[in-house]
Design a protein around this ligand. Structure first.
Ligand SMILES: Cc1ncc(COP(=O)(O)O)c(C=O)c1O
Length: 449
């Protein structure tokens, strides 16, 4: 193993947070919107463990160092954004070179050369020929671009989305959020009523594929407005690392075609190699009409994209019309430069293949290692989108903390936090994953039955 920062095993001194982080967290609580501080208090109450954060100071590869000098292994890759590893040297060099040339251009009016280059590169990644691309800054931006495109193209306002689905929290995306009622409840009076939720089936569940598809068709039949778009994740990440049964996505695509709606694949978490392919939906035999990507795309910089079939995107109108979907920082040069470098790194380092080569044997070793713990309900995943399901959310939250104390950053997933989601950089060394498996085994023993 290399002991260099980037692929190091953790080095953590108790207590966490350390003194510097604790002072910064206090300062944060005095200035940050209270929603986030309140969430920590709530989690502490429900799990009996502290949820005060550490404060990040630097990160490279799979490692994060906090302001107290503790070194962690990041099994979240920063919400999936650092799939090529934190601060990849190629990405950093590309951003640095771009800062010397051009920080900001005139988005849709006078674009930058680097934006043009990124659009060509993204169009080449699309699962259909002659794709047209709308850039965004967040994942939610890209989802909203796809929803607007579907509305323009079909003129049917209804959207079919899924229970457990997560697409971001801006108003347009929140309307399709089937993840937790709490996210929508305070705003429900201001959310579009055009969304119908269908149940998202889990592989290995009690119902058959036919039953799962029939439930979708029933939900669709009950939609209050004609449905023009079906928005789905090929696997739900934040929703609890849930993979649908084989054949479900193909059946969904068939139903969508029969009914003349458009299929929008939200590949913001699953795409760009995390599950072993550029697009998981395509690997599962489904070619969507629109596909949205984000997170990993910028290598840590904020950029997202909606890729659409040319005939669908043509609904935006003839060139020369008013640009009715744009923003000040659209196609930001630094983010475009970072995305181009990130896509090059993914290809050069063959990270999609690596995700499967490293991730799936690790998943199987982890399953064996945890077999004796009765509270572990399942260890599942594809590539390096992995989840460990426990017997309840309080345990999930406690385990997240116990793992942090051992130097491993993981996030809880699923509506009640009972799933530990493991989405490390695709370049992570096996030794770090095995270190995590040993730490989780220990933490589960410490947590008790
Ligand atoms: C599948 C999926 N779609 C959309 C989003 C929203 O992305 P963002 O937080 O960048 O708006 C996320 C974020 O976790 C996601 O997992």
């Amino acid at each position: 193993m290399s002991e260099s920062f980037g692929q190091s095993l953790p080095r953590v001194a108790a207590p966490l947070p350390g003194p510097r982080a604790a002072a910064l967290v206090d300062a944060l609580a005095r200035t940050e919107c209270p929603a986030l501080t309140a969430r920590r208090a709530r989690r502490a109450e429900s799990s009996g463990a502290s949820h005060d954060p550490i404060v990040w100071a630097r990160a490279r590869g799979a490692n994060v160092e906090d302001v107290d000098g503790n070194v962690f292994v990041d099994l979240t890759s920063g919400f999936g954004a650092a799939a090529v590893g934190h601060g990849h040297s190629r990405v950093v060099a590309a951003v640095h070179a771009q800062t010397e040339r051009l920080l900001h251009a005139l988005g849709d009016v006078h674009p930058s050369d680097v934006k043009v280059a990124l659009l060509s590169r993204l169009a080449g990644l699309a699962p259909f020929p002659e794709a047209r691309v709308i850039l965004g800054i967040s994942g939610a931006d890209a989802v909203e671009a796809a929803l607007k495109t579907a509305m323009l193209s079909t003129r049917r306002p209804g959207v079919l989305a899924f229970t457990g689905g997560y697409h971001g929290l801006s108003y347009g995306a929140l309307a399709e959020c089937g993840y937790q009622a709490a996210f929508r409840a305070p705003f429900v009076e201001q959310l579009g009523r055009h969304v119908t939720f269908a149940p998202y089936p889990a592989a290995g569940g009690a119902e058959s594929l036919e039953q799962a598809l029939a439930a979708v068709a029933r939900a669709w039949d009950a939609a209050p407005l004609p449905v023009g778009a079906v928005l789905f994740e090929p696997a739900q990440g934040r929703g609890g690392v849930v993979f649908p049964p084989r054949g479900f996505l193909a059946g969904l695509a068939e139903l969508t075609r029969e009914r003349g709606a458009l299929l929008i694949a939200d590949e913001i978490f699953t795409g760009l190699g995390r599950c072993g392919a550029t697009w998981l939906s395509v690997a599962e035999g489904v070619v969507p009409d629109l596909v949205v990507t984000g997170k990993a795309l910028g290598g840590g910089m904020p950029v997202s994209a909606c890729l659409g079939r040319r005939e669908v995107m043509n609904a935006w109108g003839a060139p020369g019309g008013e640009a009715i979907h744009t923003s000040t920082f659209l196609g930001h040069p630094l983010a475009c430069a970072a995305a181009l470098a990130t896509l090059e790194v993914m290809e050069n380092e063959q990270l999609a293949d690596r995700a499967v080569r490293v991730g799936e044997p690790f998943r199987d070793r982890l399953r064996d290692k945890l077999a004796a713990h009765a509270c572990v309900r399942s260890v599942r995943g594809v590539g390096l989108l992995l989840g460990v399901e426990l017997d309840g959310g309080a345990r999930g939250l406690r385990l997240v903390r116990r793992l942090l104390e051992r130097g491993y950053l993981v996030l809880p997933a699923g509506p009640d936090a009972r799933v530990l989601s493991l989405t490390p950089p695709l370049s992570i060394e096996t030794e770090l994953l095995d270190g995590f498996a040993a730490a989780l085994d220990e933490a589960l023993t410490e947590d008790g039955p």
